[in-house]
Design a protein around this ligand. Structure first.
Ligand code: CU
Length: 499
């Protein structure tokens, strides 16, 4: 791919279309060169995104803002073990997966013990297939973890910008292709997030003569990493909540992959252009982002089962109502029944420990709450789909196997789709009451819009792993909320600030 750097640092917005160079990597030679079509290079004007390069006047309506923790953070880091509130987990950095969370356990005050939730969780693969069939574009299918290294492409985080004032940073190490150790400074940041949200609350107004109000503010612990893969930047947050929830959010920002075009107005377009005109001579190409999460949950031990609770509509007979819904719970026995395309039916998806029950007799579990149900729209016989077959389903469950880590195969670069999550799952192994891995494919269909030019505002999605009959009751009752900060500045009050 060729880009024109003149007049901008936003080279991705100035593609030189129509050129294909074929390089023999063994000989390190260009062995073929083709200049097929002539298309105007989009202009540099309007592609600048740096603050100092914007022409005045700049809008400065926002006043100062910060995050304060006068007593210091509430977490501690011991080597790579992080402890915060009721949580403990290990942080690692991997050149292929990026951030790896392992040995995540939560303290249960009722049992007075730490209970394992997740053995290991990481991004196994990230694929971005483009939907343009022309000669210079049809092959643009990027496996960002397997081909480029989601960790290798991680970038140093900038204090006060990428992470808030109260963040602590950690470096990442990897071995280069010749074995030389490499380092990425500040590759992870760890911070407590308080954004004014409510963990839970209630105002009781039904008791005559008094009002009872109880509000618990939400404070969470976030581990963040950012990987910049060419034009795109991925912000990955693993967030731990006192309620026992692990929330993962992936934010996408950076540059669209755009195509140079002869068109300057939508009315001129009479052919399939495989995208949206986002600026003059600039087409933002249709594409997807699919992230495969490897979630090796160990809910209270490693013998786990996958349970599908279908919500079924029932006809009511002897009632003034005609219908209701009820829950039909089924333990999934083998891999084939655990492949799920989300959105087609109402169901709760849980990983439970069938050998451990609450005092009330419910199996202890964690449930997957997906935010996105997007799955691949390509046909099964399309080459990108064969290689990225994990995108066909949003949810898969496999028995743990140490060689099954990378959803698009160990050797992704020249893969033909014979070593993927989909091919492993074809063995249809038993997954009941054993060490299992839950795979969630987080998908984004990306139809570009003009606001994504010249740099795209972050678009986020993700999932939650939420305790479900894991605790005997809401586990946060005895957790004291953080101290209110205005007490340390007696002269500063809300009303004074309002003036
Ligand atoms: Cu995109």
């Amino acid at each position: 791919m060729c880009y024109y750097l003149d007049g901008t640092v936003n080279l991705y917005m100035r593609p030189i279309e129509g050129i294909t160079a074929t390089v023999d990597l063994d000989q390190m030679k260009v062995i073929a060169y083709r200049d097929r079509i002539t298309v105007p290079v989009p202009k540099a004007e309007g592609t600048e995104y740096r603050e100092e390069m914007q022409k005045p006047p700049l809008d400065s309506k926002l006043k100062s803002i910060t995050m304060l923790q006068p007593d210091g953070p509430s977490f501690s880091i011991d080597g790579h073990i992080v402890r915060w509130a009721n949580w403990e987990f290990h942080l690692a950095f991997d050149m292929r997966a990026g951030l790896v969370i392992s040995l995540a356990s939560i303290y249960d005050p009722e049992k007075d013990e730490k209970r394992r939730v997740m053995y290991r969780g990481f991004i196994s693969e990230l694929v971005v297939p483009y939907m343009d069939l022309t000669e210079e574009w049809y092959f643009r299918i990027f496996f960002d973890a397997g081909e480029y290294g989601f960790g290798l492409c991680a970038v140093p985080l900038e204090p006060l910008r990428d992470c808030p004032e109260n963040a602590v940073f950690m470096d990442g190490y990897f071995s280069g292709h010749d074995g030389t150790p490499g380092k990425i400074s500040n590759v992870l940041c760890i911070f407590e997030r308080y954004s004014g949200d409510i963990m839970w609350r209630h105002t009781e107004t039904e008791i005559l003569g008094k009002v009872i109000r109880e509000v618990r503010p939400e404070v969470n612990l976030v581990v963040r990493t950012v990987s910049t893969l060419g034009n795109y930047d991925y912000i990955v947050d693993w967030e731990f909540k006192q309620t026992g929830t692990i929330k993962v959010t992936v934010g996408m920002t950076g540059m669209l992959e755009v195509k140079g075009s002869v068109y300057t107005h939508k009315d001129q377009i009479q052919e399939e252009v495989y995208g949206t005109l986002v600026a003059e001579n600039t087409i933002g190409a249709h594409h997807d982002h699919f992230l495969a999460f490897h979630l090796d949950l160990d809910v209270d031990g490693d013998a786990n089962s996958f349970v599908k609770k279908k919500l079924q509509t029932m006809r009511a007979n002897k009632s003034k109502r005609t219908s209701y819904w009820t829950v039909n719970s089924k333990t999934v026995k083998t891999e084939s029944d655990a492949r799920i395309q989300l959105g087609s039916e109402a169901a709760e998806l849980l990983v439970v420990n069938p050998n451990k029950k609450t005092k009330l007799g419910n199996c202890v579990g964690y449930r997957l709450i997906p935010q996105s149900v997007a799955g691949s729209l390509l046909m099964d016989d399309d080459y990108p789909q064969i290689r990225a077959a994990f995108t066909k389903y949003n949810v898969w469950v496999t028995p743990y196997n140490k060689s099954e880590k990378w959803a698009a195969g160990l050797y992704t670069d020249q893969s033909r789709g014979d070593d993927t999550l989909a091919t492993w799952s074809l063995r249809n192994r038993e997954i009941e009451n054993r060490d299992i891995v839950l795979w969630y494919t987080l998908g984004f269909h990306h139809v570009p819009y003009q606001e994504h030019f010249p740099i795209m505002p972050t678009l986020s999605s993700g999932f939650e792993l939420r305790p479900s009959n894991f605790f005997e009751h809401n586990p946060t009752l005895k957790q004291k909320p953080p101290k209110q900060i205005n007490k340390i500045w007696p002269n500063c009050s809300v009303s004074a600030m309002a003036e």
